[in-house]
Design a protein around this ligand. Structure first.
Ligand code: NAI
Ligand code: MG
Length: 356
């Protein structure tokens, strides 16, 4: 079980320290190896994704990633900016399935902008296809508009496309993930307007034949957006394309109101994966010892579940986090009157203690 540890920039190293402590406390024979990425990679090796880092990520069974990005690198040309590291890793490792759970622990129900009864206990999983759709389809560009009332003017255009195999593999990921949960999948599309997403609906329906124990529902994306804020607890697993998933996963994340709590996974066809918190490098609080390490710790739990199949160890971590929250420990981002304010390290240590 070889794990590449890529802390990155900003709060990345601080939150990663705590996740590594938790992994080490499990008593499993992990082989952890650390490398620089993002701005840290640029500072040390002149590139956000240095060759050695990419090699390590490819050799490892899983990658645990902190965060990248910092204002000091904003002046660099695009290819050298820290964010290119994560795009490069996705591409080089073939990570096509992005899994983002949105979980609201009952103790944190006050953090959401929605009414507690609407969101308390929320536990949904959004699965976003990550390497296809209109974000990568060609042709694209700016050209002379060939027809219609604006003929002759310039127009911007992109191409939405999904290959059958691309839809099949993400559908399999969704149905398999649903089997580890409450066996319900909502496939989100725009089949009423878009050919690509009528095709998506047809293929998802076909793949579903292999998963008769899982309930499948289709929903248009506009309705899904509405239902997510109206009655989000009705969902279990949501599977959708790259663009709809980009938007819906951020909306779902914010239902919980606590960016410091949300893990994510990006998987390839063999359940090799990159695991990272949903938040960024938080340069505004970096180095202050106040970042919430729980999103990264929970990302390591996803890693144990999806790449290593160690479900009981993943549960141990998730239960330890719940216990620490129940004890009232809070980093500043989730602090409320009446709870106990702690820093990054104290929070990590508390999770380690709660594992025992
Ligand atoms: P951000 O997620 O870094 O920060 C947004 C706000 O949330 C800030 O106020 C920050 O202090 C707070 N926050 C984030 N994580 C937290 C944690 N664990 N504990 C407590 N508070 C936390 O997003 P922002 O400000 O848009 O971007 C900052 C940098 O991060 C940029 O350079 C951006 O490109 C990069 N970024 C990197 C990502 C990645 O590594 N995958 C993802 C998103 C942004
Ligand atoms: Mg987004």
């Amino acid at each position: 079980m070889k794990i590449a540890i890529l802390p990155g920039d900003g709060i990345g190293p601080e939150i990663m320290n705590e996740a590594v402590k938790v992994l080490n406390a499990l008593g499993e024979p992990f082989e952890l190896e650390t490398a620089q990425v993002g701005g840290a990679g640029y500072a040390a090796h002149g590139h956000p994704l240095p060759d050695g880092t990419l090699k390590l990520a490819k050799e490892a069974d899983a990658v645990l990633f902190g965060a990248v990005g910092d204002y000091q690198y904003d002046k660099l040309e695009r290819a050298l900016r820290p964010e290119q590291a994560i795009l490069g890793l996705r591409r080089e490792l073939g990570l096509f399935a992005n899994l983002r759970p949105a979980i609201l622990y009952p103790e944190l129900a006050g953090a959401s902008t929605l009414k507690p009864e609407v969101v308390s206990g929320l536990d949904i999983l959004i699965i976003r296809e990550l390497t296809g759709d209109i974000y990568f389809g060609k042709p694209r560009g700016v050209r002379e508009c060939p027809d219609g009332p604006f003929a002759g003017q310039r127009e911007g255009f992109d191409t939405m496309r999904y290959a059958e195999g691309e839809i099949r593999r993400i559908a399999h990921v969704a149905f398999q993930a649903a089997r580890k949960r409450s066996r319900r999948v909502t496939s989100v599309d725009k089949a009423n307007v878009l050919e690509t997403f009528q095709f998506w609906r047809d293929i998802v329906t076909e793949v579903h034949q292999e998963y008769q124990d899982v309930e499948l529902e289709h929903m248009y994306v506009d309705n899904a957006a509405m239902q997510l804020v109206r009655a989000p607890k009705k969902f279990d697993v949501i599977v959708t394309g790259n663009m709809f998933g980009d938007i819906l996963s951020d909306a779902a994340a914010m239902l919980t109101g606590s960016i410091g709590m949300l893990p994510s996974a990006s998987l390839d066809a063999n359940n090799k994966g990159l695991y990272e918190p949903s938040h960024g490098s938080a340069p505004d609080i970096a180095g202050k010892g106040m970042a919430n390490p729980l999103a990264t710790i929970l990302s390591s739990a996803m890693m144990l579940k999806f790449t290593f199949g160690r479900l009981e160890q993943a549960d141990r971590i998730e239960n330890a986090v719940k216990r620490v929250l129940a004890r009232g420990l809070r980093t500043p981002d989730i602090y409320e009157a009446g709870t106990i304010k702690v820093g990054t390290e104290e929070m990590g240590n508390a999770v380690v203690a709660a594992l025992q």
